[in-house]
Design a protein around this ligand. Structure first.
Ligand SMILES: [Zn+2]
Length: 336
């Protein structure tokens, strides 16, 4: 048995996390540098106000007011309900099916969109293309070190396809905002409303499209923007992550979404309520980099007061379900 790595006494970051240092009390530099957001509530109110102004300005501009990136997980379900019930938006919910949405999550998606009365698209990219990317990422890290501190290569690849295929759809349908259900651990308040700048989008797309293109070539092009999308014929939507400014409490989230028939899937792991691939991606990441792909996010939640440390540690220490791992390996064609 390897000895357990030392873990920050305040958050959940281990000594194996890149760039970490500890003081005499075992507190990490990320915790020491964390700015207690004294103006936290005021900032949240400011962003909520911004969001409401954005709605006022754009409501009714196109067929839909918002495109919701809908994974079927608890946070995106909660966010979808807020858009529809609290703000009365015309929403197009879009689920990108990576081939690993759990059976219960699929049921949840259908039930929730029916009960909330929103239009929904299941977009399923070619599985052979996705499988080639995921297989490659199972043995190589293809993105920057910085991105690997926050997510595994497999999840980053999948999210890139979600992000750019939905952006493409929003541009083509002239939808003024794209909404994500990021928890405050994934998106700080100050980056919860982003006005997209085509030049920056182009640059960011390149950093994700490039590594994937090198693996499989032009077959990934349908999931990204083309040159024509960067012309003035298209209006770039805003990105909004409402949970960052509307408040976040896991218990309240579960209570709210059970009203629409959302049932916790028993067939995924503790860090994802919708995706089986997530377990495999986490296992690969931990094995290769020595820290959990969710350590950064959960530590942010601890610092923000959204999650207590023992609960976060329990989540990070729980081993992956071997049954899920073997289902994923088999579907990807990876030998056991
Ligand atoms: Zn810490």
């Amino acid at each position: 048995m390897m000895s357990k790595p030392k873990i920050c006494s305040r958050c959940a970051l281990p000594e194996t996390f890149p760039g970490i240092r500890f003081d005499e009390e075992g507190v990490c530099n990320f915790c020491l540098e964390y700015k207690e957001t004294a103006g936290g509530l005021a900032k949240k109110a400011e962003y909520q106000h911004k969001f409401e102004a954005l709605i006022k300005e754009n409501r009714g501009r196109g067929t839909y007011d918002a495109l919701m990136c809908y994974s079927g997980g608890k946070d995106s379900t909660h966010t979808l309900a807020i858009l529809k019930e609290k703000y009365g938006l015309g929403v197009l919910a879009v689920t990108v099916d990576n081939g690993f949405i759990s059976e219960q999550a699929t049921k949840n998606i259908r039930t929730v969109v029916e009960n909330l009365a929103v239009d929904h698209i299941f977009f399923k990219p070619r599985f052979d293309v996705l499988a080639r990317i995921f297989r490659h990422c199972a043995s190589h890290d293809i993105y920057s070190r910085k991105s690997l501190e926050r997510a595994s290569s497999i999840c980053t690849s999948c999210m890139a396809i979600v992000k750019y295929s939905t952006l493409r759809l929003a541009l083509e349908k002239d939808i003024p905002m794209i909404v994500y259900g990021w928890s405050p651990g994934q998106s700080p308040v100050t980056s919860s409303i982003i006005k997209n700048n085509p030049r920056i989008v182009k640059m960011m797309q390149k950093s994700l499209y490039g590594p994937m293109y090198r693996i499989i070539g032009a077959e990934i092009s349908p999931y990204f923007l083309e040159d024509k999308h960067f012309t003035s014929a298209y209006r770039f939507p805003y990105y909004v992550h409402p949970l960052a400014f509307l408040g976040y409490d896991e218990k309240a989230v579960y209570n709210n979404i059970s009203r629409f028939g959302w049932t916790p899937p028993g067939d995924t792991d503790v860090n994802s309520t919708n995706c089986l691939l997530n377990s495999f991606a986490n296992m690969v990441h931990k094995g290769r980099l020595g820290f959990h792909a969710y350590a950064y996010e959960l530590s942010n939640l601890i610092r923000g007061g959204y999650l207590d440390r023992p609960a976060a540690l329990a989540r990070l220490e729980r081993p992956e379900n071997p049954q899920i791992i073997s289902i994923v390996k088999e579907k990807l064609g990876i030998k056991p």
